[in-house]
Structure formats: C-alpha cells, structure tokens
Write a protein that binds this ligand. Structure first.
Ligand code: AMP
Ligand code: MG
Length: 339
C-alpha cells in the first residue's frame, strides 16, 4: 500500500516532479482522468499495468506538450499528422504513427506503432511542459471499469496504489480520445471520441471505420488494435440499449419495468420512471452533456446492489453520438434492441 496524495490543480509542479522520479500520478485531461508515468522508463510504465490490472498486450498512449515533440518518438510522420495537429491539438485526438526505437516495448506492447496525443487541459499541459517527457497515460480506472471523469472516481479505483491524484474537476469531454491510425491508407478510425469522424474527414478525406467500433468482435477474431478485443466499461448489471425514436424507446422501457430494473434515459423522459433507480444523460439533443455523463451513470449503477438489469435510451450515432453510442453499446456487450 502506498499513501496516495490528493493534490490540487495548483500542485501540478509537484505532480510533474513525481512523474520525473518514476512515480505514478493520475491527472485530469479534457477527455477522462489519465494514469501517468514517464513513458521512457520501462519500470514506471510496467507499474501502470500493475495498478490497473491491465492486460500486457494493450498498448498505451504517449502524451506530449505539442506537435514539435512528435519526431522524437515517431518515424515516417506523414504531413497529415501535422495537418491534424494544427486543427485538433491540443485536443481529444490520438494518432497512431510508426514508432522510433527510443519508445520502450512495454508502452506499445511490442507493436511497431505508437499512439500520440497532446491533451487540452491546463493541468495536463502544465505537467507536460514541466516534465518535457512523453507521459504514458491510459485512463485511470481499474481495467474493465468505466473510465473516471472525476478525481473521486479515480480515488475509488487507485487509492493506495499510486503516488498521487491531481483534482482538476470533472472532465469537459467525458469519453476517451478519438484514435485514428495514420499508418494505413485510407486512415482508419479505431475509436470514436471528442473529435468526430466528420471532422477527421474534413482534414483527411475518406476515413475507414474499424469494424470493432460498431459491432461486437467474436472471440476468434483478431482485432486491428490489441485493446479492441477487451470488453470495456462493463457494469455489474447487464445493459440493454434501446435504439429508435426517443419517445418510442422511452415507452418501450416503461413497458419493461419490473423490480430490479434501472434506467438510463434522457432528461426529457425522467418523469416516466418515478421511483426507479435512474440516471439522466441530459437533454435528448445535447450530445456533449450525454458524453460527459455516461461513465458516471455506469459507475453509479455499480453501487446499486438491487439493480439486476439496466435499460438505456440510445442517442443517434452522428457526430459525437458515434462516441457516446460506442461506449454505451460496449457497456451492453452490443445487446441492442432496434425499434
Ligand atoms: P486507454 O488509454 O485506456 O483509453 O487505452 C488506450 C487505447 O489506445 C487502447 O484501446 C489501445 O488499444 C489504443 N492504442 C494505443 N496504442 C496503440 C497502437 N500503437 N495501435 C493501436 N491502438 C493503440
Ligand atoms: Mg481505458
């Protein structure tokens, strides 16, 4: 057991110092909280896998202060990478690029590519500027739990296991970064996030969408990216996603209520479910709010011992909706009812 420090945003220099010394520090980014370690120190990176219980073959993303650091860690960088960085960095976009040998195997799980991101959060940026190191940082949750969007959620998973948690308030985006693979043609969306497929297309032209984004990978299949085969974001109670016109999905869920059923719905329909264990995703038309609230909603249900099944209304999958529905569908193991 480690005595985990609770740090405030103003303590970013202390966090940077701990990271440079090889310690693990959880810090806020605009997407979700990250569990950081010096990405050039194989022992520190190995400790991330231990603290999270993360499978060794699931690679990590390196966080850098700006695009001028890309060439330190990446080879054969296409012009498109700099075009994307100019438009979306700092921000919720990770690019997969060929790695240089300086990047330890433990970061990339032995792959010849590496994920690179420049996050947009004042605390993350200050830490990265002070360290001048690439910080390996997956989401700061125990493997298999929803990503943490508050310092409290990090604390629940990581207290006693890491050196410090920096509290920077709730995350503005709420779902993990968009991941695009630039080592293939056409570029391929591996994970939808705060930068939408439509926005990527404006810079890159046609972008392929990986199968794993939209459907369940069966056990025999070899995914393009190793992380994609793991069932993430799985609440204790099984989730059923109900897809269709919101009035109809709300009515469907109403007709399936019984003791033990929990509901995830839009704010507009909360009144239909009096007395039900319920989390609102925010207004039907506000995808940003839905992205911010989804993981807290899933975590909340894990604390409700009497909930044995969860029904969830699904947003549309356009724009940021592709990221929200991807996380919701994954939480449901792609158990979806289409009305
Ligand atoms: P997390 O930081 O916990 O959201 O997880 C990082 C995600 O990035 C995982 O899903 C990884 O599979 C993915 N990732 C990291 N590096 C690579 C890479 N070199 N190629 C493909 N996917 C990657
Ligand atoms: Mg994660």
């Amino acid at each position: 057991m480690t005595d985990t420090l609770r740090l405030a945003a103003a303590d970013a220099p202390r966090a940077a110092h701990l990271l440079a010394q090889g310690e693990l520090v959880a810090f806020p980014t605009e997407t979700v909280y990250g569990l950081g370690a010096n990405g050039l120190d194989p022992e520190a990176v190995a400790a991330i896998f231990a603290a999270k219980g993360r499978p060794q073959d699931n690679p990590l993303i390196l966080h850098i202060p700006g695009p001028d650091h890309l060439a330190r860690y990446c080879a054969h960088i296409p012009a498109a990478a700099y075009d994307l960085a100019r438009r979306f960095w700092p921000g919720p976009l990770t690019m997969i690029l060929a790695r240089k040998p300086v990047v330890p195997d433990v970061v990339t799980a032995g792959l010849d590519t590496v994920g690179m991101r420049c996050p947009d959060h004042p605390v993350a940026r200050e830490i990265l500027e002070l360290c001048q190191l690439p910080i390996a940082a997956p989401s700061a949750n125990t493997s298999g739990k929803p990503s943490p969007t508050t310092a409290q959620a990090v604390w629940e998973d990581m207290a006693g296991k890491i050196a410090a948690v920096v509290d920077g308030g709730p995350c503005a985006v709420g779902v993990e970064s968009t991941i695009v693979d630039l080592t293939v043609a056409p570029p391929r969306l591996l994970r939808p996030g705060g930068v939408t497929l439509e926005e990527l297309g404006e810079v890159l032209g046609p972008v392929a969408v990986d199968e794993a984004v939209v459907r369940l990978m069966s056990t025999g299949e070899k995914p393009r990216a190793p992380g994609m085969k793991y069932r993430h974001y799985a609440p204790k109670a099984p989730v059923t996603v109900v897809r269709g016109e919101p009035r109809e999905t709300a009515a469907y869920i109403c007709s399936h209520l019984r003791p033990g059923v929990g509901v995830i719905c839009f704010e507009d329909y909360v009144n239909l479910f009096p007395g039900c264990p319920l989390r609102s995703l925010g207004p039907e038309g506000d995808l940003s709010e839905q992205a911010r609230r989804l993981f807290e909603a899933l975590r909340w249900f894990d604390g409700q011992a009497d909930v044995t099944a969860i029904y969830a209304q699904s947003p549309d999958s356009g724009g940021l909706g592709l990221a929200v529905t991807n996380r919701l569908n994954k939480a449901a193991g792609f158990h979806i009812i289409d009305l």
